[in-house]
Design a protein around this ligand. Structure first.
Ligand SMILES: Cc1cc2nc3c(=O)[nH]c(=O)nc-3n(C[C@H](O)[C@H](O)[C@H](O)COP(=O)(O)O)c2cc1C
Length: 357
């Protein structure tokens, strides 16, 4: 029998009813880093997804780099997230929290005037989104070797709080040019200590973070996201196919719930990405694989039928279609997402997209 997006799937500890995954989507609607009741409505509306991966969530104050993103580093955050996990569970949904440290993709405005941190003191090209509008990225401060255990501890503590908040698991965000991705790639990591240089050294922080999070949750409730071809946030690497093949091979030993790969996007290709063929990484990885990036229903079925992936995550389609699973099943027309309401604002363009009637 050929598997489709509608075939149930074992993902670590969970049997998902379908393979249509809600991709992590930052929406910047959490004042003071605290999730709101409106966010509970938003996630509840999308609970028919095989799995919801939440928007990226800051693991510490140092991890923040955008206005109004949620956090998971205080008891108040835990209480607020509990309402969201309860809302999703009331609809029989499964929800993982995406753990995030932005590294250099931040601004001193978020840190009382202190510099953002990074593997190396290299400023990304571009601008930070701040409470005072767009501002040029600054040159970050390179993390000292002695500080790296505290980064691992930030992930560990946030993972513990995520458990207290009632999540079903967590996804480690090592994609899209944020801290862990900055350590992996040599465009942003030019350290000369044991965390820079060789693949082994550049992978070291991700290895330590993954171990810490797995110690809290068990590997069967931990996913991990990579974007091997991504250029977003001024990312580059001299040999991404070799690097990410190495990383994926190393990750095999954790036996995680899943690995989540972001495919090359049109914007990456426009920015001259060295495209990493996902089939190469699929061949190197032995566990459950999610893919994401520009998929529609037909391409999603195809990726699963071809064995390129076990499940497919949808981003922009999930913004506009809370009942994406039902619409796919009925081949119903899809609502169009309104990009002007992606980041910040109220219920408009957030919880008011219509369901099929
Ligand atoms: C508004 C918006 C917010 C996003 N926020 C996140 C995020 O918090 N974490 C993450 O890993 N990716 C994030 N992404 C990337 C998406 O998860 C996804 O990889 C991307 O949209 C491509 O998939 P799609 O073509 O199905 O939308 C975001 C994308 C959009 C459009």
């Amino acid at each position: 029998m050929i598997n489709t997006l509608f075939t149930p799937l074992q993902v670590g500890a969970y049997t998902l009813p379908n393979r249509i995954i809600m991709a992590p989507l930052t929406r910047m609607r959490a004042p003071q880093a605290t999730p709101t009741d409106l966010m509970a409505t938003y996630y509840r509306q999308r609970a028919s997804a095989g799995l919801i991966i939440t928007e990226a969530t800051a693991i510490s104050p140092q991890a923040i780099g955008y206005p109004n993103i949620p956090g998971i580093f205080t008891e108040e955050h835990v209480a607020a997230w509990q309402k969201i996990t309860s809302a999703v569970h009331a609809e029989n949904g499964t929800v993982f929290l995406q753990l995030w440290h932005v590294g250099r993709i931040s601004h001193p405005d978020f840190h009382g005037g202190e510099l953002p941190v990074a593997p190396s003191a290299i400023a990304p090209q571009g601008q930070a989104v701040t409470f005072n509008g767009m501002q040029a990225f600054v040159t970050p401060r390179a993390l000292a070797l002695e500080e790296l255990p505290s980064i691992v501890n930030q992930y560990r503590y946030a993972a513990q709080l995520a458990k207290a908040a009632g999540f079903d698991g967590v996804e480690i965000h090592s994609a899209n040019g944020y801290l862990l991705d900055q350590f992996l790639r040599d465009g942003s990591n030019q350290r000369t200590d044991s965390y820079g240089g060789s693949f082994e050294n550049r992978y070291r922080l991700l290895q330590e973070v993954t171990q810490a999070v797995v110690d809290v949750w068990g590997a069967d409730k931990v996913g991990l996201r990579l974007s091997p071809s991504g250029t977003f946030n001024d990312m580059s690497d001299s040999d991404p196919t070799a690097l990410f093949t190495y990383v994926v091979e190393q990750l095999n030993s954790f036996n995680l719930a899943y690995l989540h790969l972001v495919d090359a996007l049109e914007s990456d290709i426009r920015h001259g990405a060295k495209v990493v063929d996902l089939a190469v990484l699929r061949a190197a990885y032995q566990g459950c694989l999610l893919v994401c990036g520009g998929y529609d229903q037909a391409r999603g079925h195809q990726a699963i039928a071809d064995g390129l992936a076990d499940a497919v995550a949808y981003g922009e389609l999930y913004i506009a279609n809370p009942d994406l699973v039902g619409r796919f099943k009925q081949n119903a027309p899809l609502n169009k997402p309104d990009a002007s309401t992606y980041y910040g604002g109220d219920e408009h363009g957030y919880t008011d997209y219509p369901f099929l009637t």
